[in-house]
Design a protein around this ligand. Structure first.
Ligand SMILES: [Zn+2]
Length: 159
């Protein structure tokens, strides 16, 4: 694709981010998923309007694109997001097997207006026992039975 096509998709993500603020629907974030040069899905951030802390623009647009294609695997797709993804969305992008990420604003830009992913990135780099969020392990032996079952099951959908 020519650069202008990439910019066209990014401008749609940016328009979604602006419109979201004007409508009072949530944060200034928008994202578009494209496959073979066609828009599959578009979404703004829906955290406030749906009372869902995971409804960031990227997670929301991944859900829509997967519904559209009837699959959990977005290989062959690219995402255009108005801001560099947070750790949750980055994880979702990897799990969805999206091929490429185009972004506009940086996480530093987001931090300047009060959306600070830095704290979460910091936690990820901190050993579990030293994180602000306590992690307590329970019942591993019992939980492992489901893992063993998965491991020995022949007919399963890998992802
Ligand atoms: Zn996010």
């Amino acid at each position: 694709m020519e650069n202008t096509a990439h910019e066209k998709f990014m401008r749609i993500a940016i328009e979604l981010s602006e419109y979201n603020v004007k409508q009072g629907m949530g944060g200034p974030f928008g994202a578009v998923i494209v496959k073979d040069g066609m828009i599959l899905a578009r979404s703004a951030n829906r955290v406030v309007s749906t009372n869902d802390p995971t409804a960031h623009a990227e997670v929301s647009v991944i859900r829509l694109a997967c519904q559209e294609l009837g699959t959990h695997d977005l290989s062959g797709c690219e995402i255009y997001t108005s801001c560099e993804p947070c750790p949750m969305c980055l994880g979702a992008i990897y799990w969805a097997h999206i091929d490429k990420v185009y972004y506009a604003n940086t996480k530093a830009d987001a931090a300047e207006i009060g959306f600070d992913d830095h704290a979460i990135y910091g936690e990820l780099e901190t050993p579990m026992t030293k994180r602000k969020l306590p992690f307590i392990q329970l019942l591993r032996d019992e939980a492992l039975s489901a893992f063993k079952l998965w491991d020995t099951t022949e007919n399963k959908t890998d992802y």
